[in-house]
Design a protein around this ligand. Sequence first.
Ligand SMILES: C[S@@+](CC[C@H](N)C(=O)[O-])C[C@H]1O[C@@H](n2cnc3c(N)ncnc32)[C@H](O)[C@@H]1O
Length: 236
Amino acid sequence: MELSREETEERPRNDTVSDDDGDDTPMLSSQALEALKEFLAEQNRLVAEAPQEEEVALVSEDWRLSQFWYDRDTAETIAREVIILCRNVDSPSVACIACPTLYAYLKKIGPEVSAQLLEYDKRFEQYGTEFTFYDYNQPEDLPLSLKHSFPIIVADPPYLSKECLEKVTETISFLSRPGQSYLLLLTGEVQKERAAELLGLRPCGFRPHHASKLGNEFRLFTNYNPGTRLDGWEAE
Ligand SMILES: C[S@@+](CC[C@H](N)C(=O)[O-])C[C@H]1O[C@@H](n2cnc3c(N)ncnc32)[C@H](O)[C@@H]1O
């Protein structure tokens, strides 16, 4: 509802809502004030009734498996980025290494996206043929059908150790499709130098957050410049 010009025009002082203190504060007429109240009530009603995007139902975190789920904003931001990347490649398919929340949001936002979740926690067998059991200690112990099959890979290793990132790097090499592969790594800031050495990754401005508050600073590293998305690559 718009306020008509008439409603917003100045009116005689006796037709305004005034606190009678005689100052020069602009006043609305009582009719304009009523119209404004109706307008705001209508806006509030529309916002309240707007369909909300559903949150994805997740299994509970098992901290013994180093499970810390992304918060919704983080999961949706990364999922949208992956969907944009899918438009840049032929026959897109996405490997989600140890990031089940991302997989779940990806399938919610882009159900048509072909994706494979590689995970240690067998509760995610619920995803059927899109689940592959994965233990980073056996980095290449994976079905041959997955070898060099993925132009887009997202990984969130369970531990912040050198050994874990080296092994996940082996898995990434196994999965990457020859030619350009887009790689996104979510891990602690402490892995910055190693991520650059092992995988040629640089940190983005976007900061991943988790549903539970973590003591470690988390970062998103990519092997491509996301430009204005993900708050860009951090300056070197
Ligand atoms: C830091 S969490 C990343 C989860 C991500 N933040 C998300 O919300 O989807 C690490 C993941 O590694 C998995 N994990 C634990 N032990 C593993 C192992 N030995 N090999 C591979 N993955 C493992 C956990 O189940 C968990 O999903």
